[in-house]
Ligand binder design. Structure first.
Ligand code: SF4
Ligand code: SF4
Length: 383
């Protein structure tokens, strides 16, 4: 049975397993209806909606309409839809236009959590906190169109500054057992030796440890993104740990960090959703990740695509995240599966159109060699 947790000082009660929205992209209405039916039947009462894609927003609005008052919707400010693509912005007029469009598409007068999207440096946080974006967000909150404010980030220093500011009640943060070992901007190569993982997690990046503990102390509730590292942690060939974890182990890891209230589990199928929902009925042995950690070979996270989409927009319209996902799927299987070939063919723009401008790489928080990936995808898929 689904368990519910209090989301920090908001007092909101959220299901431990919540929905991410990326699985709804590249899908249709029928898929969304089926996914939501399975989620709602299992007691899911919360979701993250970072996507500014109007089709995705409309599908979500339709799916939760009957239980809107009981459903906790985390919508994002600063993610906009431009020329058919996602784009992060800090322009106040663009932020306002996109927020209005989101409420309209959802057909709802409010979102429960208004996330200021993708704040990945302390300097950017300061700029936002002192500038027009925060002023706009607070005005929307005062008008009852946002119940609680939050920020999403992959960077522990930026997230800590946001949490300590008193301006946000919720933090959306990337939490998984590999990423948590990354030492921010320090070179902690030695901390990634296999024998470091026998027993405890005492060598977790201190900045991340401090972040989680500070959030717990201040009552800033954490909603988790990238609990599966974009799916890579579930595949021994792709996992930066060199060993696969199960969805249940990843979820348990995230839910056992201080301040964490729920995991926003992405699902590209009802079966994938069910593999996350299985957490609720899992035994202690199934949840136990410590034994798996002890067997981890040397790990490295940098350079692995999380499929986060922050590299958009591309001047050639290439959806770099999706192309990379198809490329990795093919690499993992050592061949191009027919379904992957079909999905790739259906993309509006193919990797072969890449002009190597490098804009995507500059925006990638994980230093993924996106240009080289586009070159390899074009060669592999022949376009
Ligand atoms: S390097 Fe290629 S994929 Fe990346 S932004 Fe430029 S054209 Fe697009
Ligand atoms: S290339 Fe980088 S920014 Fe783009 S989806 Fe992958 S991890 Fe995210």
């Amino acid at each position: 049975m689904m368990q519910y947790r209090t989301l920090g000082r908001t007092g909101l009660r959220v299901s431990e397993i919540a929905l991410g929205c990326e699985g709804l992209v590249l899908q249709d209405d029928a898929f969304a209806e089926g996914l939501f039916r399975a989620a709602l039947d299992a007691g899911v009462n919360c979701m993250d909606l970072y996507s500014p894609n109007p089709d995705v927003q409309r599908r979500v609005g339709k799916a939760i309409r009957a239980q809107r008052a009981d459903f906790i919707l985390q919508g994002h400010l600063c993610a906009i839809w431009q020329d058919g693509q996602y784009k992060a912005t800090r322009d106040p007029q663009e932020v306002e236009t996109a927020f209005e469009a989101m409420l309209r598409n959802l057909d709802t007068p409010y979102v429960d959590i208004g996330m200021i999207h993708y704040v990945d440096s302390p300097a950017l946080w300061r700029q936002i906190a002192e500038g027009p974006v925060m002023a706009y967000a607070r005005a929307q909150q005062a008008a009852g169109r946002i119940r609680y404010l939050g920020a999403s980030s992959h960077n522990p220093e930026a997230a800590l500054a946001a949490a300590e500011s008193g301006l946000i009640d919720v933090l959306m943060f990337s939490v998984n057992p590999c990423y948590d070992l990354l030492p921010g901007d320090e070179d902690c190569e030695n901390l990634w030796r296999a024998d470091s993982y026998a027993g405890t997690l005492s060598n977790m990046d201190p900045a991340r440890e401090k972040l989680y503990e500070t959030c717990q102390r201040l009552g800033v509730g954490i909603t988790v993104m990238k609990a599966f590292g974009g799916g890579d942690l579930l595949d021994g060939r792709l996992s930066p740990a060199g060993k696969a974890l199960t969805p249940v182990q990843c979820i348990h890891y995230a839910l056992t960090r201080p301040a964490v209230a729920c995991v926003m589990a992405g699902a590209r199928s009802v079966d994938e959703l069910r593999s996350s929902l299985a957490y609720e009925g899992a035994t202690d042995d199934e949840r136990d990740y410590a034994a798996a950690f002890a067997g981890f070979p040397r790990i490295r996270w940098e350079g692995h695509c999380m499929y986060c989409g922050h590299c958009a927009p591309c001047p050639k319209g290439i959806d770099v995240a999706t192309v990379t996902k198809f490329l990795n799927l093919a690499r993992a299987q050592g061949m191009v599966p027919e379904t992957v070939r079909e999905h790739y063919a259906a993309l509006a723009h193919h990797a072969g159109a890449c002009v190597s401008c490098g804009a995507c790489e500059k925006r990638c928080p994980f230093h993924v060699p996106a240009v080289e990936n586009m070159r390899q995808a074009a060669a592999l898929f022949g376009d």
